[in-house]
Design a protein around this ligand. Structure first.
Ligand SMILES: [Fe+2]
Length: 215
């Protein structure tokens, strides 16, 4: 051990419990780069999967945050039901975010993480900061889901062609299946049926019918 190393590692009993703050270092891996992981996959396949997964990640983070916005800002007669449903979907999208981000790291890449970088990468239409009515909220969510479907189906096919079965499985079993179910749950709220009056009127059966006399 040389003199410099010794002085760096020497701590007094008073200073050993003190947190060492404000430490800085060079970035150890730049965004957009990849290190090789022994997964038995071709380099170009890993690179394509990392790139596709980062796009899906950016869209999924955006959709997750859109669900939280809708959870806070929803209104009207279905407030409580939608308030809970939007938060359930937020939590499910959060779980997807973690799965996607960790797969990117597993493949030797860097996951996009912070809001500014996510906004640059996401293809979901920018959302107004203000509050929207429920049908507009739901339509916006459905459109965001569709942006994800269109890209993820292509990305899943690409991963399957490159034998990256893990990425394909994640995109199909987790991302597509979760998004399909959520789309069903929200779009049913856009059917304009009254909870108190039938839309398709049917003639009442004779046994129960009564005619209101006309005056
Ligand atoms: Fe909440």
């Amino acid at each position: 051990m040389n003199e410099t190393t010794m002085s760096k590692n020497t701590k007094t009993s008073e200073s050993i419990a003190e947190p060492v703050l404000h430490q800085t270092a060079k970035v150890m891996q730049k965004y957009g780069t990849r290190f090789r992981v022994p997964l038995g996959l071709e380099d170009k396949v890993c690179e394509a999967s990392i790139s596709d997964l980062n796009r899906v990640l950016a869209d999924t983070i955006t959709l997750r945050d859109l669900y939280k916005k809708c959870h806070w800002q929803t209104s009207g007669a279905t407030f409580y039901q939608l308030h809970l449903l939007f938060d359930k979907h937020y939590n499910e999208q959060s779980a997807l975010v973690d799965l996607i981000a960790e797969r990117i790291q597993l493949l030797g890449g860097i996951s996009v993480a912070m809001a500014k970088d996510v906004a640059e990468l996401s293809h979901i239409e920018p959302v107004p900061t203000g509050r929207e009515e429920v049908p507009a909220q739901i339509s916006r969510l459905a459109a965001a889901h569709e942006v994800i479907f269109k890209f993820v189906r292509k990305a899943a096919k690409r991963a399957a062609e490159g034998e990256d079965d893990g990425t394909n499985d994640l995109l199909v079993s987790n991302v597509i299946r979760t998004n399909e179910l959520q789309t069903w749950f929200i779009t049913e709220h856009l059917v304009s049926l009254s909870p108190t009056e039938v839309y398709h009127d049917v003639a009442p059966s004779k046994s129960h019918s009564s005619t209101i006399p006309k005056h």
